[in-house]
Design a protein around this ligand. Structure first.
Ligand code: GDP
Ligand code: GDP
Length: 434
């Protein structure tokens, strides 16, 4: 089970404002550095040690007003199926509207925990006004102000009770690999090719839901669990739904995995949605690789692969540590290498470097290129150790940890990557006073 919190509600109640408040603190690295995915509708959030993904479902409602009824149904139903917790947002300034009641009708059918959130309760008077929403008969009303943050702490305290603790290990020792990518990139074909048989992905019955399928798989005597998010389009009726649904499924699968294989259509290249999902996987410290599929469709000249790789690495910005593999699932080209690579990444992710080795290698690098002095103060890094947790995390002990800036952090990360193989895995660095 994954931790996904979906915000639903009619337009203008403040969904995206709350969304921004919840995820802004931990802005995606990519947002800052390569200028992509400005209008993402899902992001990573944390509250008292619980990690979760927030989805602003409003971001997916794109059609015109007259189609709105139908959109409430499809989008909200999808959110209800897929999310762990639902925040049903209303506007305490505007009061209860017919549209709110329509939403409530659909939402009431959910068996998931639903929190009725009365937004724009900026003042005491508005908080009183929010009590009107008890009329919906949906239990406790949480008056909040997304604009100022009032009440959001109380709300989150309750919400996270329904979420899982982060950083748990699943099926210890067996790599859990999620196959991710936009509809039609070749995910099911990839699985079928690996498994050597046609598998029925989803029943054709209208409205059938199925969870991401976990398949145990053996290759050269090694066990894997492959999670596939394919077959989504069967359930969905319109294009926006497919997008929305596939995003939700991807988020769940990635939260649950050790390594994510991102399939990309060679003809379409890396798209904004791919970048957001990759960014999310980075936040969750997942192992990652890119598989450029349908390589058979690309007309090749000398160095085509190198050129494409270069462009991709540029687009990835600081996430340029992801290995890239060119495949044709159709022609069965390099599909086993892809799985082997995923296994290497898994190994990289759990690798622990002995403290003595780390210091022996990194201290000379630091001596050669020490952190720049700030306000006349010299920063001295004394020693480094890898923390005994699941994903590669390093603590640097120094006299003035607050003076280490992002560029120097990046320098250190690059040195760690240069000397120790952490291909495909995010690395976290902490600076502590000593
Ligand atoms: P969405 O359509 O539900 O995503 O709503 P938005 O987040 O775009 O917000 C709609 C409007 O309500 C914007 O003008 C926001 O600035 C405003 N708004 C959002 N939250 C609050 C709040 O807590 N208090 C007040 N007074 N205005 C808010
Ligand atoms: P999914 O939606 O990601 O599961 O994609 P599918 O596995 O259903 O594949 C979508 C379409 O792309 C199907 O028609 C596949 O036959 C085709 N396809 C998958 N992999 C390749 C490939 O490597 N080359 C070519 N030319 N077509 C492929």
């Amino acid at each position: 089970m994954a931790n996904v919190v979906a915000i639903v509600g009619r337009p203008n109640v403040g969904k995206s404002t709350l969304f921004n408040r919840l995820v802004e603190k931990r802005k995606a690295i990519m947002d800052d550095e390569s200028g992509v995915t400005r209008d993402r509708h899902y992001g990573y959030a944390e509250w008292i040690g619980k990690f979760f993904t927030v989805i602003d479902t409003g971001g997916y409602v794109t059609g015109s007003e007259d189609k709105f009824e139908a959109q409430i149904r499809t989008q909200v139903e999808l959110a209800l199926d897929e999310a762990t917790v639902i925040l049903f947002m209303v506007d305490s300034h505007a009061g209860l509207t017919d549209l709110d009641k329509d939403f409530a009708k659909v939402i009431r059918t959910s068996k998931k925990p639903v929190f009725l959130v009365a937004n724009k309760a900026d003042t005491t008077e508005r908080i009183h006004m929010a009590m009107e929403f008890y009329e919906l008969g949906m239990g406790e009303v949480f008056p909040i102000s997304s604009a100022t943050g009032t009440g959001t702490g109380e709300l989150l305290d309750q919400v996270v009770k329904h979420l899982e603790d982060g950083d748990k290990i699943t099926d210890e020792g067996i790599p859990k690999i999620a196959i991710l990518g936009r509809p039609n990139v070749g995910k099911s074909s990839f699985l079928n090719a690996l498994l050597g048989k046609e598998r029925t992905i989803v029943t054709d019955e209208a409205g059938t839901t199925r969870d991401s399928i976990n398949t145990h798989y053996k290759l050269y005597g090694k066990d894997f669990i492959l999670t596939d998010t394919a077959g989504i389009r069967k359930k969905s009726r319109v294009k926006e739904d497919i997008e929305f649904y596939s995003v939700l499924r991807s988020i769940q699968a990635l939260q649950d995995s050790d390594v994510c294989i991102f399939l990309i259509d060679a003809e379409r290249g890396l798209e904004a949605q791919d970048m957001s999902i990759i960014g999310l996987a980075h936040k969750y410290n997942k192992g990652m690789m890119i598989m450029i599929n349908k390589w058979d469709l690309i007309e090749k000249e000398t160095n085509t692969a190198e050129k494409i790789k270069k462009e991709l690495v540029a687009k990835l910005g600081t996430l340029n540590y992801l290995p890239i593999i060119f495949t044709s699932v159709l022609k069965k080209q390099r599909i086993f290498q892809a799985i082997e690579k995923a296994n290497e990444i898994y190994e990289n992710r759990i690798r622990k470097i002995p403290t003595s080795k780390l210091n022996e290698v990194l201290l000379p690098e630091i001596e050669n290129y020490p952190p720049p002095a700030i306000k006349g103060k010299y920063i001295k890094i004394k020693y480094i150790t890898q923390l005994p947790i699941h994903t590669p995390t390093f603590a640097f002990f120094c006299n003035l940890p607050q003076y280490i800036k992002a560029p120097y952090e990046r320098f250190l990360e690059n040195k760690i990557r240069k000397h120790f193989d952490f291909e495909g895995v995010p690395i976290r660095l902490f600076f502590r006073k000593k």
